[in-house]
Design a protein. Sequence first.
Length: 119
Amino acid sequence: QVQLVESGGGLVQAGGSLIVSCAASGRTPEITVMAWFRQAPGKEREFVTTTTWNPQRTTYADSVKGRSTISVDNAKRMVFLQMNSLKPEDTAVYLCAAKAGGRPTFDYWGQGTQVTVST
């Protein structure tokens, strides 16, 4: 099992920046891919970005490309999402997810952290 705990959400003004973090614990050596998703009220869960654990190969949704950076700290088993030039439409619960054990699906999810961007 892998446990994921997000932190770092909050309220930020449009145009501002924010970093959200995800701490992984448990059977972390089995993790192969980490990702961030987000879900806004009344909307479906949306892919934001993903990275392989080691080496780091990243992909981004078009909606955040150029404004966001995913990074990992292998020693601390943490994943970070830095978001710049935030827009009100970035308001959502941001969820950390992991693939592990060679399985193709994101089987492990955190509880999420709220990011609210005000105008």
